[in-house]
Design a protein. Structure first.
Length: 68
């Protein structure tokens, strides 16, 4: 019988056969720190109140804009 060992990234839960790749995956993830800005529309144009776009500050200091 063979013992099978595998590793799972604790951020995205992807499974890897080797530890190096799992560590590389974990270290590659950027973590949101705060929402810098949100583009909103008035209630006459958006009845659910959620912004159309937000800009998120990540732990590496970069900002990324997300749009729905
Ligand atoms: Zn991952």
């Amino acid at each position: 019988m063979k013992k099978v060992e595998h590793f799972i990234c604790e951020v995205c839960n992807t499974e890897y056969k080797n530890e190096e790749m799992a560590l590389k995956c974990e270290k590659s993830h950027k973590h949101p720190q705060s929402v810098m800005t949100a583009k909103c529309r008035p209630v006459t144009a958006c009845d659910n109140g959620y912004p159309d776009a937000v800009t998120v500050l990540f732990d590496d200091g970069k900002c990324v804009r997300y749009k729905r």
